[in-house]
Write a protein that binds this ligand. Structure first.
Ligand code: BGC
Length: 772
């Protein structure tokens, strides 16, 4: 399966000449001449006209070497033209040899797509996508993807399976780590930044790789957060919440789309012609190609949609899945289906044309080989490490900071107890999907703190638990002694990489093992206790939150997590990240997300009663008839957009450019932001909107804009936004995009709980109409 360890690739090229990038690009020796002036369409048509049915189907097949050496496994298929793409080969010489066989030894010499999951970095690992989302910083996310592309492209990889844009409201789901959180706008913005980072401005550049937006669509809504489980998403919610990030990536020219494993409203996504035809092709006009997920075509039969592989191949290809990943139903059945008249050959032609288009755009016909770039490797790596550090810094969220426990003063901190299973775990800080990640490049938090404090402070390191899951408390006494003898304790807690990611969902998302007990015992030492939590998802922290003076949520921060967290702990930098997802108090609150509907009986602080306070034989109606749980609060523990800072940000003077704007117009929104704290800091200013009365009930708040603003102590700045009426649109009852006139509310502030608000009117504009 895809999530197993990468295949170890032997260098099989040692006795053959290595491929140097020839001057002006190497002309492949095959009969097809790609270096003509023909337009792209013409080139595709010319090539297609020369292809046999089997050669066409070959382009729709992705070869994977499995446990064998790639050349041994794939050479014959390449010569026969029965494979058009390969996955999981990341050794440059091996990739070049595969390309050489395809280009020089097959009849038509069509080069290969070479795919790999480059999800958050390559050898240098960036924070997990959910962590990157906490930066609310598209430029940084773009830079992280650019660095990953540079590293990956040097191995011959030319196609990644990212970004994952599955909006996720369920922290139990292991793949929330790969997501960009619960908000459609933030997800869309950051996903587009990733596409731009991977693909660059010119897909044929030697450091650009084709991106693949996934998993189309609805995967993030799997029932109970169990990976691969069914999803049921009404079309309206699909269009308002789940689809916008995909559409944004389509608009940004993402090269490919991957289908989801999931069963969407009874039609598995991999054969879902509503998604793949109506939405993707007819409504969005997408011209790139669609790849299945790993074995998801064959799984149509497991789902019970088709009876066998032949049926699965027919259902997926007819729905518009152009390329099959991992299974071989296309190579076994498509020809037969065409010959039997069950599948029009035009479907095949269209799929092949789309795939060839990407190969042309990648410049593979001109240059299928990857030159030795070792001369650039050092600078590429250094750039990646710099971006990784910056990304880690901007992804770590300061959740709480009682009595300004942080930052610690490096000059006054004479001794620190560094405790916990994740303080010095080079591999575990990298997170899920790090096939090519090099733990040898990791700087751990312990190393980062040592480096920052130098020799002036004593550092007492006690892992206390062998892993986050361990229940063996035998080292706790040592940890408590270290805490007692030190000025401060810093606990590195959380969950290892393996506890999140694909097929790694959890039903209980408390800190695993004996970590909560460790917190209690260290607390007893009577010194300040800071927690840094490394995790692939929001964990439920209710059982430890009150015992901690400060909490930094570091996610899985990647290679440079250590120096970044040291800089934050000791105030070299101020935290600036914000939560891209709500943090539940208890797992029973899930799904809990900020952009919920108000409902008919919304709870408020005055209408709830806790289970412990209910009098005996209380009448049914005496507890307040509103939408809350009796045994927890109705709000999350930490809300969307929340994140503290060492600056102190004050918002004032919210102004609108006009009390009303017409549909088609824009509203200017400005606010004064002041840093009245003692430290320079960066704030993510957020703008939320609510449409209180509409033809379809609307979320209580929706993020519409955000901006990072850096302020020195005492500095003020006017922050300006422009809100176009298009941003107020939504898919209405008929599932068409509407902009409805009427009253709107907006708020600007440092989280979804922003209080500074205003109202404006959106006026009907007879010229433009409201339905678009
Ligand atoms: C995952 C995809 C991934 C693919 C290839 C699948 O199991 O769901 O996200 O891109 O494997 O490794």
């Amino acid at each position: 399966m895809a999530y197993l360890q990468p295949v170890e690739v032997q260098s099989i090229m040692s006795t053959k000449p290595s491929f140097q990038k020839p001057e002006g690009g190497k002309q492949p020796p095959q009969a097809f001449n790609s270096q003509t002036d023909e337009s792209l369409d013409q080139r595709i048509a010319t090539l297609l006209a020369r292809m046999s049915l089997d050669e066409k189907i070959g382009q729709m097949v992705l070869g994977q070497p499995g446990d064998q050496a790639p050349v041994d496994a794939l050479a014959d298929h390449l010569r026969a033209g029965s494979i058009g793409a390969v996955i999981n080969v990341v050794d440059r010489e091996t990739v070049n040899e595969l390309q050489r066989i395809a280009v020089e030894e097959s009849r038509l010499g069509i080069p290969l797509l070479v795919g790999r999951d480059v999800i958050h970095g390559f050898q240098v690992v960036m924070p997990i996508p959910l962590g990157q989302a906490a930066s609310f910083n598209p430029e940084l996310v773009r830079a992280a993807a650019r660095s990953a592309a540079e590293e990956a492209a040097a191995t011959g990889v030319n196609w990644t399976y990212a970004p994952m844009v599955d909006v996720s409201r369920d922290p139990r789901w292991g793949r929330i780590a790969e997501s960009l959180g619960e908000d459609p706008l933030l997800t869309a913005d950051l996903a587009v930044a990733m596409v731009e980072g991977f693909q660059g401005t010119d897909l044929s550049a030697d450091d650009a790789i084709a991106a693949c937006v996934k998993h189309f669509a609805g995967y993030g809504a799997s029932e109970s957060g169990r990976d691969y489980a069914t999803t049921n998403i009404p079309e309206n919610e699909l269009r308002n919440i789940y689809l916008p990030p995909f559409q944004a990536c389509i608009d940004a020219d993402v090269a490919s789309v991957m289908t989801s494993f999931s069963d969407l409203d009874g039609v598995p996504a991999t054969a879902n012609d509503f998604l793949l035809k109506q939405v993707l092709r007819d409504e969005w006009g997408y011209e790139g190609f669609v790849v299945s997920d790993w074995a998801s075509i064959q799984e149509l039969t497991t789902h019970g949609l088709t009876a066998d592989d032949r049926g699965a191949a027919l259902a997926a290809s007819s729905a518009g899945v152009d390329l099959e990943m991992a299974t071989d139903t296309y190579s076994r059945y498509l020809a037969e289906l065409v010959e039997a008249g069950s599948l029009p050959v035009e479907v095949i032609d269209q799929a092949v044309s789309r795939i060839l288009r990407t190969k042309f755009q990648l410049g593979l016909f001109e240059q299928p080989y990857t030159a030795d770039r070792s001369d650039r490797a050092e600078s590429v790596r250094q750039r990646a490490l710099d971006v990784a550090r910056q990304a880690a810094l901007q992804s770590m969220v300061l959740l709480k900071n009682d009595n300004e426990a942080l930052p610690l003063d490096p000059d006054k901190t004479r001794s620190v107890a560094v405790i916990g299973p994740l303080a010095d775990a080079a591999y575990e800080q990298l997170g899920t999907w790090i096939f090519d990640g090099d733990p040898g490049l990791s700087v751990t938090p312990l190393a980062g703190i040592r480096e920052l404090l130098g020799k002036n402070s004593e550092i007492r390191h006690v892992p206390a638990l062998a892993t986050s899951r361990s229940r063996d408390t035998s080292q706790f006494a040592e940890a408590v002694a270290a805490a007692r003898n030190s000025d401060v304790s810093i606990l590195f807690l959380g969950e290892e990489s393996i506890l999140s990611g694909e097929a790694h969902s959890r039903a209980d998302i408390n800190l695993p093992g004996a970590q909560a007990e460790l917190v209690s015992q260290v607390r007893e030492a009577g010194k300040p206790v800071i927690a840094v939590i490394l995790a692939g998802r929001p964990l439920t922290l209710s059982n430890v939150v009150d015992q901690l003076d400060a909490i930094i949520y570091a996610w899985h921060p990647g290679s440079m997590g250590g120096p970044a967290v040291a800089d934050l702990l000791f105030g070299v930098e101020s935290p600036s990240a914000k939560l891209p997802v709500s943090f539940p108090r208890v797992v029973g609150q899930i799904p809990i997300y900020y952009n919920q509907k108000r409902g008919g009986k919304p709870p408020s602080p005055t209408t709830v009663m806790h289970i412990d306070d209910i009098p005996v034989e209380a009448p049914q109606t005496s507890l307040g008839m509103t939408a809350f749980h009796l045994d927890t609060h109705y709000t999350p523990l930490f809300p969307f957009g929340h994140g503290l800072s060492y600056g102190r940000f004050e918002y004032s003077d919210l102004r609108l450019s006009a009390p009303a704007i017409p549909i088609g117009g824009s509203l200017g929104v400005s606010v004064t932001l002041k840093n009245s704290g003692r430290q320079a800091a960066e704030e993510v200013v957020q703008l939320y909107v609510n449409d209180p009365v509409a033809s379809l009930t609307r979320p209580v708040r929706e993020l519409k804009a955000y901006q990072r603003v850096h302020l020195q102590p005492g500095q003020s700045q006017t922050v300006n936004f422009e809100l176009h009426s298009d941003a107020l649109g939504f898919y209405g009852r008929s599932n068409r995009l509407l902009v409805e006139p009427g009253l709107f509310r907006l708020w600007v502030g440092g989280s979804v709980e922003a209080e500074l608000g205003a109202e404006f009117q959106l006026l009907a504009n007879p010229a433009s109409g409201s339905e678009r």
